[in-house]
Design a protein. Structure first.
Length: 68
């Protein structure tokens, strides 16, 4: 059991180490804003935890004033 726990923690640590140092977050938000200003729609999908996160994101985006 301890070996399995260590393997999971090692895999998670490795995933964190491999996160790119360049983060496209700002560029993604700018694309969302531009698409909305041009009459586009944002579709987010997911199942389980990803679905919960998607619903929260959509809720936040729905409250933003995209005309600014």
């Amino acid at each position: 059991m301890l070996k399995m726990i260590q393997d999971v923690l090692d895999a998670e640590a490795n995933a964190i180490r491999n996160i790119p140092s360049t983060n496209p977050f700002v560029e993604c938000v700018e694309l969302f804003l531009e698409a909305k200003r041009n009459g586009g729609k944002l579709v987010i999908s997911g199942v389980g935890k990803a679905g919960e996160v998607g619903r929260k994101l959509l809720s936040h985006f729905a409250q933003l004033d995209f005309q600014a």
